[in-house]
Structures are given as structure tokens and as C-alpha cells.
Write a protein that binds this ligand. Structure first.
Ligand code: ADP
Ligand code: MG
Length: 700
């Protein structure tokens, strides 16, 4: 593992070690000592001979050796100089605790850049600045001022917020939760979340990677690498909001609907990252992933000594889309033999209020032996005779043998405390409600589903790429970044879309002639590079049935629209064949996220898209499965499939449209945003029509 010296250094120097209690330079040194770190500790402070009995050194050269890890606590303005000294001394790994860099403004940012420059030149990797440090319990290393060393475990934690890390540490220590490592990444000027995820991905003692992030440094690399690591170990992330540049200033439908968070969501999905909504949820998940085998499938059995919690669990299983296991006849017969006559031998298995540990033991064993059961939740309420401790021991003993995940939910406090302790010691995760246990099993089975997903195959359509190249090049050359309806349609036609026939007219007479040639009815649309949403200004007139109606509509538009939009340069109108289909209007769009690249959108289309906001997003390039899943993720899907005897539309054709746009925007990074809205789809077998399209470009 590349960052090994951060977690298992042979020697640690503390530059800025202090004699003064309460100062960070003192606390870190004391944490190192208190944690029982077995390597050499070198406090560096030119003004002190010793600190709490530890010999102090004036500077790095006086150590007579190069420390494996250097922790820096000196004030921000001296950090660059310290970095230079470290470069000279051939130090390779550093933790910069000091704050006062990028987070305080331009001057701090400049300082930080200087530090990065020196480090890069010298090949030094560093964590921070503005961080709490690194904790590695299995190596008894507490190089932080975050709190006491937790017990060793198999969860690695990465936090972009130091304060949150301190809270997590406190929580973990109070509950005996173990970690392989905890890292506060601070400003992540050098080592970032992905470096650590990769390091933990190949670290033997880490089984689960968890973290709290505010942003991701390199979106594309993250998706690529995290996807590989998720295949080996679960990655559980909390991600707080935060506005992302780029999403705000969007002019297309897709752009205005796609906030930065949507891109994160898609990126996490693609990479198999499990998103957690709270610290509690993250710990719920992390403990199960760390201590239990993965479930083979979604079928859950529940064992309980009371009806109420059993029903709560059953409801939650239903709601989450897990399966309530149907026990086999053989299992039921075996249960009936072991349990009193009044017990319920169906799932949820009720061992009754007077159950002692032995009943739990046999019920758990019999249930887990059933091939129809993939996982079990053991519920316990403290009743008069309940043996919380012995039950915990019995459940743990059985769980170890069976190779299926077992989650406990012992409800109560004082009366179950001894049981909880046994569960903790024996690695059976405990939940404070049946719902939390079910939510955790759901996260586990979703992860299994992701891991066993079919290989991604992106279909390549044969298209006229040359044509698009020439339109895009010409626009960029002329500094035109918005491609209007007419040429946007040429582009999508080149990628296999059908569009209504039509041409451009600059006079009423011309418009009438074109209409005559197209055949009635026709549609008239305003043609102006400055009008993005034509209907908003009365710039779309459908169902025109005669030359006279076309002329009138033309005159009316030319009269009204300049009044509404005096600044718009109006070039004429587009006369278009009227698409006559009983089809549905959907939208296919793309917004290029500044961090993760092309983000595809699908939703109910037409002019209502921004009102209804029934849309789904996913990162391009899309596979057929991705495209289908996007459809399924909207409410529109139910309508498209056909409701109450209404015939459905060609779902596969929409999915294909999504894939074609995905190919277009993947092949043309100059396309910044685009919408096909509406994309009119009819019954299966009919050709969908792209009725309107707009594309905007950016210089690459
Ligand atoms: P904009 O989105 O700029 O307002 P559109 O070209 O999408 O303009 O037209 C608005 C609406 O008018 C469409 O959602 C569709 O319902 C209808 N419409 C536009 N063109 C046609 C056409 N050729 N055939 C049938 N309906 C059309
Ligand atoms: Mg439109």
C-alpha cells in the first residue's frame, strides 16, 4: 500500500511539539504516547530540552535519521519553510495539522499552493493542512488531537470535517466500535479521498471503507477507481450538499433540473458507493458489513419474543422491497417440535414472551438452516424471564456457524445492557429499531446486487459523425454557442433520430408555400438564436390548416414577439410538418457536470417538465440497462407502460434514444447541454419523433 507510512510508521517526528498543556503541539504528542505507539517519537522544539520526559530535538538534522512520518503543528506562515527542511532531510510522509490555509482566503490559498509545490518537487506526500490527523489503532498510532485511540477493527474512516471525525471517534469509543484507521483529510491539498480509498482498498485489515465528504476532487477518476474498489469492499459515504458551480447558470431544462447533487448521486450509483444519510445510518451499515457475511439474496427471517416488533420488522421488509422469507414445511415442523404449542412457527417466528436463551438458540439455528432464508433479524424485548446476556451468547454462537448475516435488535436499555455487551464482543451488530436492522439488510442486498450486476456493455450505433463535426466546428469558429432548433435537428438526425420535415421562412408568403408543400396541418415556430423556450413568447403555433392560417400566424408572431422580447434577433420562422400521433411527449437531455462529465436526463416532456420535475439522471455513457433503469426511476414510466387499458408506448425506442444521445455527447465533449423536448413516442413499433431540440456548446 502506497501510503503505508501514514498508518504504520517506524518513527514519528512532531515539529512544533509544545510543553504547554492544552496546545495542539502538546496534545498530539501526548496522544501518541498515551496510545502506546511503539516506534520512536521525536518531539522537535528548539526551545525545549524535554517534554514530559521525552527528549526534545532542535531540528530535523539533529535526529541523526529520517523519520518515517512528520507531523507539523507550527503556524501557517512557517509551514513552507518546514516543508523545505523536510525535503532536505528526505522525509516522505507528513501530516500538516496547521490551519490558516485555503480555508481562510486568498493569502492562505497562496501559502497552501507554495507548500504543495515544495512537496511535489521533493516527492513528499502529505495529509492536510487544516486537519485533525491520523489514527491507526492496529498500530497503536494516535497521530491526532481528535480523541482517544479506539479499539482496532476493520472499518477505515475518512473525514473532510475534523469536528465530525472527533464526534465519530467519541461515539465509537463509547460503543466499543473498532477501526483500522481514521483520517482527517482537512483541505486535502495533496492526499485526497481517492488516494485514501485506494490505499484502504488494498489494506488487509480494512474490510469496510467509510467516510464523510463535502466534495470530490477528481470526479472522473473517482468513478473509475471507486467502481473497482467497490467490487472488493463496500464504500459507505456521507456526502453533504453544497452548491456546485456550473449547475446554476444553466439555460436548458436539463441544466436547471440537474443540481450538483444529482451528479454525485449518479456517480455514487455508478461506482457502487453506498450513500448514507446520517452518522447513525453509516454506523449501522458499517458494523454489519464489517462483521457479517453478505446475504446471498433478499429473503429475511425474523425471530422475536413479542408480536409488535415482529410486525414492525415485517412492515419494514415489505417497504424496503426485501422479501419476507417463507419457511419450508420442514423448518416449520422442526420449530414446532422445539417451541411451545402457542409459539408461531411462521415467519416472524415468535418464541413467546417467556422464552429463555435456549428457545432463541434452537429457533435461530433451525431458521438459518432453511435454504429459503438469506438473513435473519433476532428481536428481543426485555420481559420478566428474558435472559438478554445468555440469548446474545446463544445467537452469536449459532450465527458464527451458519455463514448467513444475523442482525440483532435488543430493545430496551438497562435490562438488555449485558446482552448488548456480549453482542458487541462477539461481532453481532445491534440495532435500536427493527427498521434500522431492515434498512441495513437492504443496503447489504443492494450492494450484493450491484456486485453481481452484468458487465456494462455500451452499444455503439453507426452514425454520421462527420456531419456533426462540421456543424459544431462552424458554430465554434463563428463564436455561436447556441445551436437552434433547425441545426440541432440536423445533428440529432445524423445520430439516427427522426424529426418532422420542415424549412425556414422569412416571409409570410414563403411560409405559406412551404406549408403547401409539406401538406396540412403544419406548425409554425419562431426562429431566433435568442429565444430558447419558444412557447413562452407565443412562438409556437400548432395545427395550422390552410395557407391563410399560416400567413396570419406568421404576421401575428412578427407583431407580438418583438414586443415581448425587444432584444431578440428574429430571423424568421420554422414551418414544420405537424406530428400526428397519439404518442406521449418525453424529454431526453444532457447536462455536462463540471466534475463528473455528461449527465443524461430522462423525464416527462413537453412544456411541463420543469413544473412536474419527474426526471431521472445517470452518467453517460449509458448501457441499455442504464437507459431502461432511468425510465423505471420516473413516475412517467407507469404512464408510458400504459395505464387502465390505455396502450403503452415503445419503451425500448426511448431507451435507444437515450443511448444515442449518450453516444453523441460522449463523442462530442464540446456539447455542454442539450435537450430533445418533446421526443414524441407512440405505440411499440412506431418511430418516435424528435419534435424540438436545442444544443449549446462550449469551447474545449
Ligand atoms: P419550445 O419548447 O421552444 O416551447 P417546441 O418546439 O417544443 O417549443 O413546441 C412546444 C410544444 O408544441 C411541444 O411540446 C409540442 O407539444 C408542440 N409541438 C411543437 N412542434 C410540433 C410538431 N411539429 N408537431 C406536433 N406538435 C408540436
Ligand atoms: Mg420544446
Amino acid at each position: 500500500m502506497g501510503l503505508q507510512s501514514f498508518f504504520n510508521p517506524k518513527s514519528v517526528a512532531v515539529i512544533g511539539a509544545s510543553r504547554q498543556k492544552g496546545k495542539v503541539g502538546y496534545e498530539i504528542l501526548m496522544n501518541l504516547v498515551a496510545g502506546g505507539y511503539a516506534g520512536k517519537i521525536f518531539p522537535i522544539n528548539p526551545k525545549a530540552d524535554d517534554i514530559e520526559g521525552l527528549k526534545c530535538y532542535p531540528d530535523l538534522p539533529s535526529l541523526g535519521e529520517t523519520p518515517d512520518l512528520v507531523i507539523v503543528i507550527v503556524p501557517a506562515q512557517f509551514v513552507a519553510a518546514v516543508m523545505e527542511e523536510c525535503a532536505k532531510a528526505r522525509v516522505k510522509s507528513m501530516i500538516i495539522i496547521t490551519a490558516g490555509f485555503k480555508e481562510v482566503g486568498p493569502e492562505g490559498k497562496r501559502l497552501e499552493e507554495e507548500v504543495v509545490r515544495i512537496a511535489r518537487r521533493a516527492g513528499i506526500r502529505f495529509i492536510g493542512p487544516n486537519c485533525l490527523g491520523v489514527i491507526s489503532p492496529s498500530h497503536k498510532l494516535n497521530a491526532s488531537f481528535g480523541g482517544d485511540l479506539p479499539v482496532p477493527g476493520s472499518i477505515a474512516y475518512i473525514s473532510q470535517s475534523g469536528a465530525l471525525l472527533a464526534a465519530i471517534l467519541d461515539l465509537a469509543n463509547a460503543n466499543g466500535i473498532g477501526f483500522s484507521s481514521l483520517v482527517s483529510i482537512g483541505n486535502k491539498a495533496d492526499v485526497n479521498e481517492l488516494d485514501l480509498i485506494e490505499a484502504f482498498g488494498s489494506q488487509r485489515e480494512t474490510k469496510v471503507i467509510a467516510g464523510y465528504l463535502e466534495n470530490i476532487t477528481d470526479g472522473n477518476a473517482f468513478v473509475r477507481e471507486a467502481e473497482i474498489i467497490s467490487g472488493k469492499k463496500p464504500i459507505l459515504l456521507m456526502k453533504s450538499g453544497g452548491t456546485e458551480a456550473g449547475a446554476k447558470a444553466a439555460s436548458s431544462h436539463t441544466g436547471s433540473l440537474a443540481g450538483g447533487e444529482v451528479a454525485y448521486e449518479s456517480a455514487f450509483q455508478r461506482a457502487g458507493v453506498i450513500r448514507c444519510e446520517s452518522i447513525k445510518e453509516q454506523f449501522d451499515f458499517a458494523q454489519a458489513f464489517a462483521s457479517q457475511p453478505l446475504p446471498k439474496g433478499p429473503k429475511v427471517a425474523v425471530i422475536t419474543n413479542a408480536g409488535g416488533p415482529g410486525i414492525m420488522a415485517a412492515d419494514a421488509i415489505e417497504q424496503k422491497g426485501l422479501t419476507f422469507a417463507r419457511l419450508s414445511d420442514e423448518t416449520k415442523a422442526k420449530l414446532a417440535q422445539k417451541l411451545p404449542a402457542a409459539a408461531n412457527v411462521h415467519n416472524p417466528v415468535d418464541v413467546l414472551g417467556d422464552a429463555l436463551a435456549d428457545r432463541y438458540e434452537s429457533a435461530t439455528e433451525i431458521v438459518l438452516d432453511d435454504p429459503n432464508v438469506d438473513s435473519a433479524i433476532v428481536l428481543l424485548t426485555p420481559q420478566a424471564m428474558t435472559q438478554a446476556k445468555e440469548t446474545a451468547e446463544a445467537v452469536a454462537k449459532i450465527a458464527k456457524k451458519k455463514g448467513k448475516p444475523v442482525l440483532a435488535c435488543f430493545l430496551g436499555a438497562g435490562k438488555v445492557a449485558a446482552g448488548l455487551q456480549v453482542l458487541r464482543q462477539s461481532g453481532i451488530p445491534q440495532y435500536d429499531s427493527p427498521e434500522s436492522a431492515v434498512t441495513t439488510l437492504h443496503a447489504m442486498s443492494e450492494y450484493v446486487r450491484w456486485r453481481t450486476r452484468p458487465k456494462r456493455v455500451v452499444r455503439l450505433f453507426s452514425v454520421n459523425r462527420r456531419k456533426v463535426e462540421s456543424i459544431v466546428e462552424r458554430h465554434l469558429r463563428q463564436g455561436l454557442l447556441d445551436i437552434g432548433e433547425a441545426e440541432a435537428k440536423d445533428i440529432i438526425e445524423a445520430y439516427g433520430f427522426a424529426t418532422p420535415k420542415g424549412s425556414i421562412a422569412t416571409t409570410a408568403e414563403q411560409a405559406a408555400n412551404i406549408a403547401q408543400q409539406l401538406g396540412f396541418p403544419v406548425v409554425l415556430k419562431i426562429w431566433s438564436p435568442d429565444i430558447l423556450h419558444k412557447s413562452d413568447v407565443g412562438g409556437v403555433k400548432v395545427g395550422l390548416n390552410s395557407e391563410q392560417q399560416v400567413r396570419d400566424a406568421f404576421d401575428l408572431m412578427m407583431y407580438r414577439i418583438p414586443k415581448k422580447k425587444p432584444e431578440a434577433n428574429i430571423l424568421g420562422v420554422l414551418v414544420q410538418e405537424m406530428v400526428r400521433t397519439s404518442g406521449k411527449e418525453v424529454i431526453i437531455g444532457m447536462h455536462r457536470d463540471p466534475r463528473f462529465g455528461p449527465l443524461m436526463m430522462f423525464g416527462m416532456g413537453g412544456i411541463m417538465v420543469e413544473v412536474l420535475k419527474d426526471v431521472a439522471f445517470y452518467l453517460a455513457p449509458l448501457t441499455a440497462e442504464d437507459a431502461k433503469q432511468m425510465l423505471v426511476n420516473t413516475k412517467t414510466y407507469q404512464i408510458l407502460k400504459g395505464v387502465r387499458g390505455q396502450e403503452g408506448v415503445d419503451i425500448d425506442a426511448i431507451a435507444e434514444g437515450l443511448q444515442r444521445v449518450s453516444q453523441l455527447v460522449t463523442e462530442f465533449p464540446e456539447i455542454k447541454e442539450m435537450d430533445i423536448n418533446p421526443y414524441v413516442v407512440g405505440a411499440p413499433g412506431t418511430t418516435p419523433i424528435a419534435v424540438d431540440a436545442r444544443i449549446s456548446l462550449e469551447k474545449k
